[in-house]
Design a binder for this molecule. Structure first.
Ligand code: AMP
Length: 436
């Protein structure tokens, strides 16, 4: 199958071929015709599957084919994303694929001055990409009218729920016209997601391209058992012996990300941290420098890394395993994207054996273990409880899987929100430490 078989307009086909894409990915092959038909879709697809073009292309086509209502330009399509970074990336995709079309789009998120956003909205946009908090701020200030939205996209809906956005999503839904097209994308389908979808979608077409929780098949995964205090030395060794040029490293905490960044810099390896305590400007610059190859290592927490799209990222390192097994799948999904080979290395200390077992349960297979000479674990070291990670809610279920419902800890941290909002969200949830 080629893009020509999907019913896309010549302007869109031109934009696709400008990108050098010849064949639609599986999600694109399924989603594009369904969205063009005007159907609601409920799509199970992780980042890296090409899902963004899967909804962006047909959305652009429908908007450009249908004449808008008379009067000033108004928002006809709304895309909600959990994080600023994902919002920015979706915005870039819309601009890229829509470059030959006369449609206007913009991206709004928190953490930056609201005034330029108000001006852009006042000038009129057809497609709005937004994080929920800032979107509602605009609604509250009456600088945004959502009453003419024809299509709603919820991107990474599972992440939005994890980040405590359910109430904001419901508020947004209540502001939209009843008659509209709904597209929901989610990497996983918990009961919460199903409940949300049941509440507002009309006979959605189900599209699933990768089995739930299937790690990207192109990713080679390996575990190196190592003592906690020797992880940093092992990481430096791996970087230099393998001559890794572009590595995304995950830590569990912001503090851990900062510390590791400092230590790597001391070892002469250029590194920059990206997490929720960094200003939006610092996050954007860190990502740009990393993408451009100016820094070798990007040290990220799970929240900050969500939705990052870095083309052909060859290497992901789990400096610490995530407490939530599904986050491992999201992390390693940063590599091996769109068919490129990737490698995910996890440095695992004795404290993390239980986390590794939980991850292997979700993956439904063992990850091969390789001990690096000189870094063999000291058998006299005993496992200690993991500090500073996300904790399980009191009475939470043992395997902490989202499959059973809402067992995943909800933490109030929120990469795209104002402190006030974050505080309010946190108050309603089990206490967690500072991550993100
Ligand atoms: P996404 O899952 O939307 O984040 O996309 C993952 C990556 O795949 C992005 O870097 C896209 O630019 C790329 N991509 C999207 N569609 C295609 C395609 N049909 N062929 C090759 N690469 C693609």
């Amino acid at each position: 199958m080629t893009f020509n078989d999907l019913g896309l307009s010549t302007e869109l086909l031109r934009a696709v071929s400008d990108q050098g894409y010849s064949q639609p990915t599986p999600i694109q092959a399924k989603a594009i015709p369904a969205v063009l038909e005007g159907r609601d879709i409920l799509a199970g697809a992780q980042t890296g599957t090409g899902k963004t073009a899967g909804f962006t292309l047909p959305l652009l086509q429908r908007l450009s084919a249908q004449k808008p209502a008379r009067g000033p330009r108004h928002v006809r399509a709304l895309v909600l994303t959990p994080t600023r970074e994902l919002a920015a990336q979706v915005g870039e995709s819309i601009a890229t694929y829509g470059r030959h079309l006369p449609l206007r789009s913009t991206v709004i998120f928190g953490g930056v001055n609201i005034r330029p956003q108000i001006q852009t909205l006042r000038n009129g946009v057809d497609i709005l990409v937004a994080t929920p908090g800032r979107l509602l701020d605009h609604v509250g200030q009456k600088t945004l009218d959502l009453s003419k939205v024809e299509t709603l996209v919820l991107d990474e809906a599972d992440r939005m729920l994890d980040m405590g956005f359910i109430h904001d999503i419901r508020k947004v839904l209540a502001l939209l016209p009843k008659q509209r097209q709904n597209l929901l994308f989610s990497a996983t389908f918990s009961d919460e997601i199903k409940k949300l979808a049941d509440g507002f979608m009309t006979a959605p077409q189900l599209i699933e391209v990768a089995r739930r929780n299937t790690a990207a098949e192109a990713v080679n995964q390996v575990v190196h058992m190592v003592d906690k205090k020797r992880k940093r030395a092992l990481l430096s060794r791996l970087v230099s012996t393998n001559n890794w040029r572009q590595v995304l490293v995950f830590t569990r905490t912001k503090h851990g990300a900062n510390r590791l960044t400092r230590q790597l810099e001391q070892d002469g390896i250029s590194a920059v941290a990206i997490h929720g305590n960094k200003s939006q400007g610092a996050r954007t610059k860190a990502l740009a420098d990393f993408k451009a190859g100016k820094v070798r290592m990007l040290i990220a927490t799970d929240i900050a890394a969500r939705g990052l799209d870095i083309d052909q990222l060859p290497q992901v390192v789990n400096f610490e395993l995530p407490n939530v097994p599904e986050d491992y799948v999201h992390r390693i999904g940063r590599t091996g994207r769109a068919g490129n080979a990737g490698e995910a290395v996890s440095l695992v200390s004795i404290d993390e054996h239980k986390l590794l077992r939980d991850i292997e349960k979700v993956l439904n297979r063992k990850v091969s273990q390789v001990t690096i000479e000189g870094f063999e674990p000291d058998p006299s070291i005993k496992a200690e409880p993991i500090q500073n990670g996300r904790q399980k809610p009191a009475g939470g279920n043992k395997n902490n899987s989202r499959r059973g419902g809402s067992s995943r800890p909800k933490n109030g941290r929120n990469a795209s929100e104002s402190p006030a909002r974050t505080g309010r969200a946190a108050a309603a949830r089990p206490k967690t430490s500072c991550v993100g």
